[in-house]
Structures are given as structure tokens and as C-alpha cells.
Design a protein around this ligand. Sequence first.
Ligand code: SAM
Length: 210
Amino acid sequence: MNSDRFDKAAAAWDQLQRRVDLSHAIAAGITQLPLRKDMAAMEYGCGTGLVGLELAPLLGSLTAVDTSAGMLEVLAEKAGEAGLTNVTPLCLDLTIGNLSGRFDLIFLAMTLHHIEETGLILEKFHHLLNDGGILAIADLDRENGTFHSPGAGEKHHGFSRQELAQEAMALGFSDLRFSTIHTIKKTGADGCCQDYPVFLLTAKKEHVIE
Ligand SMILES: C[S@@+](CC[C@H](N)C(=O)[O-])C[C@H]1O[C@@H](n2cnc3c(N)ncnc32)[C@H](O)[C@@H]1O
């Protein structure tokens, strides 16, 4: 199972500087959104909280969801050390389970490419957002399959912005905006040093006018 791999990686996850740099860039991008201290937010695939714990002080509450108990353990420890009392870790796979709350903001950092059924998860996010709520997704632009090492278990080699936008709009998301928030430079699985651009997509769930 994919969660075993992330459980094993959890303790050393924050030690990779390029991952830390990427997380800062993603958090900075999400900070440009109109965040408020009364917002209920969810991070899906939160890992050790590299992005979420940076944003939590700007939010009312943060439900930090992941399928890896090991990642969530590290996140809970870090939240405790930082004195963050508004963060709730939750071990859940929304592709097979459900959540009863509603959120003003849902964000993901480098998680969507690990989820096979993009349409299904976007539909769940749409359902879980309040009217006017914001979805923010940071992930890889389509790449040539060299970003991950063999056996990493990723389900997508990044995304076409156009295809992702079409999927989101078909579900009722509006006001879609893409920006390139970071470029990861690393040696890929083919041994070549490459640039892997990372986009930030933001979108809104329409207000329903009754
Ligand atoms: C590449 S890591 C990114 C972690 C974190 N967002 C970060 O930027 O450091 C992907 C995360 O997604 C989680 N994940 C994978 N499949 C998932 C799923 N179906 N539902 C929720 N989380 C999932 C993994 O456990 C892992 O923590």
C-alpha cells in the first residue's frame, strides 16, 4: 500500500531542503488568497504539515487529512511544539470514505498526482466546500515520467492544466486561475538534471443564488 511508503518516509520527510523550499513557495502562493481567521480549512494529503502548519496561524481551523498515520504523527508532534491548537489530524482516504464537515478552503500540495481518480476527488472537494469556498491545488505540470523513482506509486505524471481546468469546471468550479509558483530542479529517474514546474490552481465553488 502507498501509505506504507509514506509511513517509512515520515521521520526524514522534512530533511530534504528542496521539499522545504517548495512548501514555502506553495504556502506563499496560498497566502495570496483572501485567508481569514474564521475560515475552516482542510489540507488533503497534508504529510508532515510542511505547508499546512505554515498556514494554520492565518486560519480559524485546519483539518489535516492524510492516509499515512506516520505522516500524521509527525504533523501532530510539530503542531504541538508550535503551540498550534487549531489543527486536527485525520487519517482518511476520501476516495473510499466520507467526511461530514464543510470547509471554506481546501488545499493540496503535491498530493493530487498520487490519486488515481482525479474526477472523483474533485467532486468530493466540491461537495465539502461551502458556497463561495476556495480550492487550491499545487502540483506538477505534466512531466515525462522521470520525477519519481521506480516503485514510488504515483498515479499521474503531473497534469495538463487545460485538462484539469476542464474537469474542475465541469463539476461547477469557477474563477479558475493558474500560476507557476515554483520550479523543482533535480536529477530525474533517467539520471538527467531537469526542471519540473509546479502550478498553483485556485478555483471557487459558485455561490448558489436561491
Ligand atoms: C508527496 S506527499 C506530499 C505531502 C505534503 N503535502 C507536502 O507537501 O510535504 C503526498 C501525500 O499524500 C498522501 N496521500 C497519498 N494518497 C492519498 C490519498 N488517497 N488520500 C489522502 N492522502 C494521500 C501521502 O500519504 C503523502 O503524505
